[in-house]
Design a protein around this ligand. Structure first.
Ligand SMILES: [Zn+2]
Length: 432
């Protein structure tokens, strides 16, 4: 890790690396009251006299370092903790933060992100800087950590969260659920969903090479969710063949009782609004599931490389369209190429700038870049490249230069030159 991310300079600290977050949360839906304890195990990356965590809209009430009470101060979304003594590079340490408050989204140049109340529940939209609205963290995409979440809510509510679901216990009208992630998870990909849900297994999943998929939805939407997600087992089979083995420990699909503007990916999980349970939204299901390979397993260290996540996820939509008997990927590509060339050609895929990092042109041009590569090196070499990419960087961090190297290995200098036309220049090249 080095320096600040120029797209999110307010977030994270390069002075230490988090190894694990252990969160114990108590949430009251009716009053939107969150009480938590976060135990953060980390290693100093440089000489540290204090540890700076991101925490937004919530108040730390007690902090310990290595079990001893520590002094702390909070300002502008930062919690500064003074340890009992300076830390040397490589030295492990543990910070425990007790905190509380009424969580809510934070304002950002990307709109409101973070913890969000629903009509009768809550969700987390962490990307890109929403994580500190529900737990103190080192909120940068290149500091991934293991995570344990223990969440207590009122009986009648169900929690879905990132990680493998463990035991559920009930006591005094309250219910506690536990989720454990042993894969390194970026803070923006951690999520909690609370609602009057029921969780069940998706039929056709959990056997014959298809990972077990759970669906968490309001009972009244269960039938619609089963219909909308019926293609998911086949989708996972197709993506397994094209991208390599499913890389996550869980595959949880959540449907809210509210409408959502867009679905959201998290580690081993994706959330959809009730409005996404329609055939026209099937491409979005393919998109979010593809993120389990691209973004959530193979992860970007810097936000400027977001095209590596979104380009692949968008291309997966076209690949699924073709595999499921819809328009061919080439057809989709040609249609989107025509639309893209009609838009302003002033965007660099390798550095779109923070305001345009979620611009649709990043998604479509990213997918078109992959399609152009595929056309030029052929299907066999292209999909070998993709599977090699997900295998070599499984649950690791990448940048665009890593992709250049993979393209060079797969297709030589010509392929790298073609790639460069697509990602290093603003003008949209023609499709091979
Ligand atoms: Zn996406």
């Amino acid at each position: 890790m080095s320096g600040v991310d120029p797209y999110a300079p307010q977030s994270g600290d390069a002075g230490y690396d988090v190894v694990s977050y252990d969160l114990t949360l108590d949430y009251r839906v009716r009053t939107n009251r969150l009480q938590g304890t976060a135990v953060i195990a980390a290693v100093a990356a440089e000489d540290l006299t204090s540890v700076v965590l991101d925490l937004v809209g919530l108040r730390a009430t007690r902090v310990r370092v290595g079990g001893a009470p520590a002094r702390f101060s909070a300002a502008a979304g930062k919690l500064r903790v003074a340890g009992p003594r300076p830390l040397a590079p490589g030295e492990p340490f543990e910070v425990e933060v007790a905190y509380a408050g009424a969580p809510g989204p934070r304002r950002s140049r990307w709109g409101a992100v973070g913890w969000e109340e629903l009509t009768d529940g809550a969700l987390v939209a962490g990307q890109p800087i929403g994580a500190p609205t529900w737990f103190p963290c080192n909120d940068r995409p290149d500091d991934r950590a293991r995570m344990t979440l223990r969440i207590t809510v009122d009986d009648g509510y169900t929690v879905a969260a990132t990680g493998v679901a463990g035991a559920v216990s009930r006591r005094g009208g309250r219910v506690t659920s536990t989720f454990t992630s042993d894969v390194p998870t970026a803070t923006y990909l951690a999520a909690v969903h609370v609602g009057r849900y029921r969780t069940g297994a998706l039929s056709g999943s959990g056997a014959a090479g298809v990972p077990a998929v759970t669906v968490t939805a309001p009972p009244v939407l269960a039938a619609a969710a089963d219909r909308a997600f019926a293609p998911v087992p086949e989708m996972l089979r197709v993506f397994d063949r094209l991208f390599g083995p499913y890389p996550q420990e869980a595959c949880a699909l959540v449907v809210t009782a509210d409408e959502l503007e867009i679905p959201l990916e998290a580690q081993g999980l994706a959330v959809f609004g009730m409005n996404h349970l329609v055939p026209a939204a099937q491409r979005l299901i393919a998109h979010e599931i593809a993120h389990q390979w691209f973004g959530n397993s193979v992860g970007i260290a810097r936000w400027s490389d977001i095209w590596l996540n979104e380009g692949f996820a968008c291309y997966a939509e076209w690949l699924w369209s073709e595999a499921s008997g819809g328009r061919s990927a080439d057809d989709c590509a040609r249609g989107h190429h025509e639309r893209l060339t009609a838009k302003p050609q002033d965007l660099l895929l390798t550095d779109p700038g923070p305001d345009d990092m979620f611009d649709d042109r990043v998604y479509k041009r990213g997918a078109l870049t992959l399609h152009a590569l595929r056309r030029s090196i052929g299907d066999d070499r292209f999909f070998d490249l993709v599977r090699g990419w997900t295998a070599a960087h499984r649950h690791a961090l990448v940048g665009t230069d890593d992709f250049r190297a993979a393209v060079r290995a797969a297709g030589g200098a010509d392929a790298v030159e073609l790639l460069s036309l697509w990602i290093d220049r603003a003008e949209v090249p023609s499709l091979p």
